[in-house]
Structure formats: structure tokens, C-alpha cells
Design a binder for this molecule. Structure first.
Ligand code: BG6
Length: 501
């Protein structure tokens, strides 16, 4: 029997605030194109770009078209060749509204557009600079555009970064919740749009096998790594004020941690799933200032090379302070204080300009309880790992020891594995397809609730506070896997990082 067809989302007017920015052309438009290709957009879906610069619907469409048409095949979900007919039907949905985000006229014009539709549904996507998030939200609220009493839904999508610390995240939540209800807010973390991230939950909770060893009786520790080969690219100014901790940990890495560590939700609904995630992130032990320093390592890439290619250091990047102390690598040890995970360290690391691109979770199991082969080379067997690779080589692998054929008792590492590409056809996707579709259909499961966000910041705040008082930023050569101090975080616990790649 073939799988039931996914229905098209309801009609809506999708306002893209910050229409001239990179996000709209690099990710949102390719995702909308893919949704349209898959027949998931309603005939009456309209997409209205909103930005302060003078432009027209035609110029907006042309700019997006040229970008999509020129994209390398396969890059970030771009269609390998733009289908002219499909593009033409998508282009017909596009419109443009010139408007200052701070001016009442903009919101009046937005309101008039919604009033012209029969359905009255609207989504306001804040793809703007973060300083406009509260400004736009407040003005939408004051203009009555978030009022759902006439029947149509009104939703707001907020991009990352959601605050820069606990206090600013709480202030932003308070501002949003003063003009709308939590049900209307869709806080994006694009990691939740990744198939491999969603699959962690499905694998854990639809295979009884996993639950039998998914706890502190069998698991020694967990490693979560997001290694990138890219540097800060064109985002030096943003990154220099942000750093690796804020950029990746309270959001992407904690989402991975939550998927691995959360309890089974009572149902697969938004509230149950998000409730369990909030609980587990809320159970991360807040370190004292001294322990925050002891359990964290900051690094910054210096000049180095990738293969034969020479790479400059972080401080030489455009729009980066020449004496910047911003970290481009961070490694942390965190503990989760609950029954399942008591005593199991979670080691997290992320860095730019590392040797390979690899986002993975390595679950390291406790060794066999007794050295069965004590007079042989097997007296100290290697630990078993379950590697869940999020990207680029998506799949899951168990590392096992097997006897190498022959008269001697010699073991070899072997793998039991599942690679996505062997089972599924992976069409190029940006990860935003699912998220946009879910927002259109009103499913908040893959979006962050206020408490998820605040608990994440609460857990990283001790590191931010401790670093503000001191501590060292270690250099590492670009193209290598972080500073030696990052390795010592594990070797002092008699453990080591799982090999990347
Ligand atoms: C973004 C960060 O949120 O995630 C970037 O701001 C980072 O610095 C990116 O490169 C990583 O995303 P992905 O999907 O490439 O792992």
C-alpha cells in the first residue's frame, strides 16, 4: 500500500519581513519552491516580501529567480535545474511591499492585503535583523494584526538568534507574549528541520531495543559534535559579537541533546514533546563560576591549512577585531541531574575551520563488566559506540569488536550500520520545507517554546558569566580539530573524543 498523500497546507498570506536579506533568497525561497514542487502549497497561498527598500513584485521575483537559477546543483536544497513552469507558478504568488518596519503605514498596508483575502490567514516571518524582532511584533500587535477573533489564524515566525543571554531571551519572550499567545509563536531552530534530527526521536521511541540500554546503567557518556570546515565567511561582524557558544550551543546542540536525553513524551503532540524537552534541558546542572571554567574550553582558529590550501586566522577575517577574544570553538562538559542520566557526562563541542564537516552524536557504552579474555590482548576491550551522524553522511552505526579470522585472538572494529542513502531517496532540501509546512498547518512540535529557549540560556549563562571574568582562549590551527585543551577536557576523565568523519 502506498503512503497516504500529504495534503496541501491551508491558504494564507505569508509576509516575509526582511525580504531583501540572505535568508529569504538562500533558504526560504528554495524551500517554498520545493514545497510547491511537491504540491504542498494551496492555490491561494501568497508570499509578500516586506522591506524598506523601494522595489516591485516583478523585481523581487526576478532577484529570487536569478539567485535560484544560478545556484550550484545540490547546494543547500537548491533545485538542480530550475523548472520554468514551476517557477512561473510560484512567481505568480509573489508580491512586494515597500515599508519601514517602524512605520505605522507599513502595518496598515499589510492589514489591507489581509483584508482582501477570504481566508484572513496570515503568517509574519521575521527574517530581519534581531533588533527588529520586538519592534515588528509590537507593531503587529498594536495594529490588531495578531487578533484571530475574526476566524483567520495569525502566526509569527522568529528566526535565530533568540536573545544573546538569559535576560535578553526572557525580555524578548515577554515582549512577544504581551501581544500574542504562545500558540501563535513559531521560534525556529533549523536543526529541527533536519530529517536526521527528527529521526532520533522516531528511532528511540519506535524501536523497543533502544530503551533497554538508554540510561546510566549502560551508557558511560555522550558526545555531541558539530564540526564545520567553513570559517566565519561574510558574517564577521555578527560572529565577533556572538561566538561559538551563543551561535550553536543553547539552540542547535541543546536540541540534539534534548532529542537524545528526553523522556518518552506521553503523545507525539507539540505540548507533550516540548514539555519533555524543556524538562531535560532544565535538568542541566548550573555550574558554579569555578566549575564553569573548569568544564569549558574556548578556542580561536589561527592561520593553518586545509589540505594544501593555506587559511588565514580568525583575526584576519573581514569585520573581526584584530585583537578579538571571540571563541570560534567551544567544548563543554555538562551533567543532567535526573534519574536516567545521573553520573553520565555529556561532552559538547563545536568549531569553525575544523578538519572535516561532521555533525554527530556518539553514545559511548560502558565496557563489558568482566575481562573474559584476560590473558589475551582483549583484557581491556574498547568501548562500543553508537554513532548517529546528522550530516553529511547521514545514518547510524554501532561500533563492535569482532574476532579477526585466524588462530590468534585478535579483535577488529566492525560496524553495524544504516546509511540513509541506502534506504531512502534523499531529495535536496533546505530543512526549512518541513518547518514552513508545519507553520502553515499549525503544528508547533518542531518549534521552540518559551521555556525551551529560556532553559537553554539558563544552562549556558554560567559559562558566559565565568568567561566574562577571565579564562583563556586557546589558539588552534585552522584545519585542525580544536585546541589541545579541548582534548584534555576528556582525557582528564580518562576518555577521548570519538574520531571525526
Ligand atoms: C547557524 C549558525 O545557526 O548554523 C552558523 O549561525 C552555522 O554559524 C550554522 O554555520 C550551521 O548549520 P548547519 O545546518 O550547516 O549545520
Amino acid at each position: 500500500m502506498s503512503a497516504p498523500k500529504t495534503p496541501a497546507a491551508p491558504p494564507c498570506t505569508l509576509f516575509l519581513f526582511g525580504a531583501s536579506g540572505d535568508l529569504v533568497k538562500r533558504l526560504l525561497m528554495p524551500a517554498l519552491y520545493n514545497l510547491s514542487r511537491d504540491g504542498l502549497l494551496d492555490r491561494n497561498l501568497r508570499i509578500v516580501g516586506v522591506d524598506h527598500n523601494e522595489s516591485t513584485a516583478q523585481a523581487f521575483a526576478e532577484r529570487l529567480h536569478d539567485f535560484l537559477a544560478e545556484r550550484d546543483a545540490g547546494g543547500e536544497g537548491a533545485p538542480s535545474s530550475l523548472d520554468k513552469k514551476l517557477w512561473a507558478s510560484l512567481a505568480k504568488r509573489l508580491d512586494y511591499q515597500t515599508g519601514d518596519f517602524l512605520s505605522a503605514d507599513t502595518y496598515q498596508a499589510v492589514g489591507e492585503r489581509i483584508a482582501q483575502t477570504e481566508h484572513g490567514n496570515a503568517i509574519f516571518y521575521l527574517a530581519t535583523s534581531p533588533r527588529f524582532f520586538p519592534e515588528v511584533a509590537k507593531r503587529l500587535g498594536e495594529s490588531g494584526l495578531l487578533d484571530e477573533s475574526a476566524g483567520g489564524f495569525r502566526r509569527i515566525v522568529v528566526e535565530k538568534p533568540f536573545g544573546t543571554d538569559l535576560a535578553s531571551a526572557q525580555a524578548l519572550n515577554a515582549c512577544l507574549l504581551s501581544v500574542m499567545s504562545e500558540r501563535q509563536i513559531y521560534r525556529i531552530d533549523h536543526y529541527l528541520g533536519k530529517e536526521t534530527v527528527q529521526n532520533i526521536l522516531v528511532s528511540r521511541f519506535s524501536n523497543g531495543l533502544f530503551e533497554s540500554f538508554w540510561n546510566n546503567h549502560y551508557i558511560d557518556h555522550v558526545q555531541i559534535t558539530a564540526a564545520e570546515t567553513v570559517g566565519v565567511e561574510t558574517r564577521g561582524a555578527f560572529y565577533d559579537n556572538t561566538g561559538a557558544l551563543r551561535d550553536m550551543v543553547p539552540n542547535h546542540l541543546f536540541q540534539l541533546l534534548a532529542m537524545v536525553a528526553m523522556e518518552p513524551p506521553a503523545a507525539f503532540g507539540a505540548d507533550a514533546v516540548r514539555g519533555e524537552k524543556a524538562k531535560v534541558i532544565g535538568a542541566i546542572r548550573p555550574w558554579s563560576s569555578k566549575l564553569a571554567l573548569k568544564n569549558s574550553v574556548r578556542g580561536q582558529y589561527a592561520a593553518g591549512k586545509q589540505g594544501r590550501k593555506a587559511l588565514g586566522g580568525y583575526r584576519e577575517e573581514d569585520n573581526v577585531e584584530p585583537a578579538s577574544q571571540t571563541e570560534t570553538y567551544v567544548a563543554l562538559k555538562v551533567m543532567i541531574d535526573n534519574w536516567r542520566w545521573a553520573g553520565v557526562p555529556f561532552y559538547l563541542r563545536t568549531g569553525k575551520r575544523m578538519s572535516v564537516r561532521d555533525t554527530e552524536i556518539a553514545i559511548c557504552f560502558k565496557p563489558a563488566p568482566y575481562a573474559q579474555f584476560r590473558d589475551s590482548a582483549l583484557a581491556r576491550p574498547k568501548p562500543n559506540y553508537l554513532k548517529i551522524q546528522i550530516q553529511p553522511n547521514e545514518g547510524m552505526w554501532f561500533d563492535l569488536q569482532a574476532k579477526r579470522p585466524g588462530p590468534e585472538l585478535i579483535t577488529q572494529n566492525v560496524e553495524l550500520g544504516f546509511a540513509y542513502k541506502d534506504f531512502f531517496q534523499m531529495t535536496p532540501a533546505t530543512g526549512y520545507e518541513t518547518l514552513i509546512y508545519d507553520c502553515l498547518t499549525g503544528d508547533q512540535t518542531l518549534f521552540q517554546r518559551a521555556d525551551n529557549i529560556e532553559n537553554g540560556w539558563r544552562a549556558v549563562q554560567p559559562f558566559l558569566d565565568a568567561w566574562a571574568q577571565g579564562g583563556e582562549v586557546h589558539e588552534y590551527p585552522a584545519g585542525e580539530d580544536g585546541p589541545a585543551a579541548g582534548d584534555e577536557l576528556l582525557t582528564r576523565d580518562k576518555r577521548q573524543w570519538h574520531d571525526l568523519g
